[in-house]
Design a binder for this molecule. Sequence first.
Ligand SMILES: CC(C)(COP(=O)(O)OP(=O)(O)OC[C@H]1O[C@@H](n2cnc3c(N)ncnc32)[C@H](O)[C@@H]1OP(=O)(O)O)[C@@H](O)C(=O)NCCC(=O)NCCS
Length: 299
Amino acid sequence: MYHLRQTELLTPEGQDQYFSTIIAKQFEEQRPHQILFSFLHQNQCIGYGGLVHIDWEKATAEVSFIMATELEKNQFETNWSLYLKLIEEVAFESLHFVRINTYAYDLRPHLYPILIKAGFIEEQRLKNHILIDGNMKDVLIHGKHNTAIAFRKADAEDESRTYSWASNPSVRKYSFQKNEISPIEHREWFQKKITDSDCLYLLLIAEKGICGSIRFDKINPHTVLLSFLIDPTEQGKGYGTIIVQEGQLLVNRYLDDVHTIQAEVMHSNEASHYIFRKLDYEISESDKEKTTYVKKINS
Ligand SMILES: CC(C)(COP(=O)(O)OP(=O)(O)OC[C@H]1O[C@@H](n2cnc3c(N)ncnc32)[C@H](O)[C@@H]1OP(=O)(O)O)[C@@H](O)C(=O)NCCC(=O)NCCS
């Protein structure tokens, strides 16, 4: 009961009801609040857990896990360690989440060393946060970041890489400017962009190195125009989504007072439409050539 932060004993009926009304319907949802798994050993379910309190916007989730009580005595560390490895694959490699965390009442001293060994760090201790059996207990939050994903600002050394992207037919296809770009033209444009204080030009670094770019150009004091692309050899792996999802969170760290992000997408650019819809951008305009999406952000 204390693991599950539950105050009442569960009953089979109550559990069935919970499963059918809360859990089962999430199987069909695009962005469920939780994704749960059975944890099997030789085809026997010996535990369950998953990602809960998922925040798709921030790409974060809490990790939950319980194992069959009789295994806790001798297999606590083995099962927890294996489970963390598996759930990290789901969270970081498949879903590209940026951070996962655990949230545990300070009643589980055996768990913390296992988390630390798995690369989690103790991020927060909420002092006297919960009353358990008449005593106030702390809550401990351990977190782990997805080190496979990072951003850095584009600099002069990225000129040829960005030129090869810009001149690639699969990128040009969805560019509003169709004429061929010469290396000299690109150099001038690129130098201007990386030195312009009204432009934030970031590169996404993932498992295989730099795999895409995202740019925010101020078009008025409170609005930026977003442009992005993924290296043609790395497309279709979810990086298009992650670069917008994560990049948009960095805008106000580097540019001042941005309230709105705007993006223009050609009608035929299905993947981009999909990404902006998925990330809750709204359509503000549509003409013969393109759809304009906008999103309000916190400054
Ligand atoms: C647009 C672009 C950045 C997408 O990058 P990506 O890494 O392939 O994107 P993702 O892998 O995150 O795919 C995004 C979603 O679109 C879906 N998608 C991809 N191609 C699609 C298509 N032709 N039709 C419908 N959906 C499509 C994917 O299935 C994915 O959905 P999922 O998250 O449910 O799996 C990439 O195609 C690109 O660089 N294009 C050229 C430049 C460009 O168009 N930039 C944007 C200008 S607005």
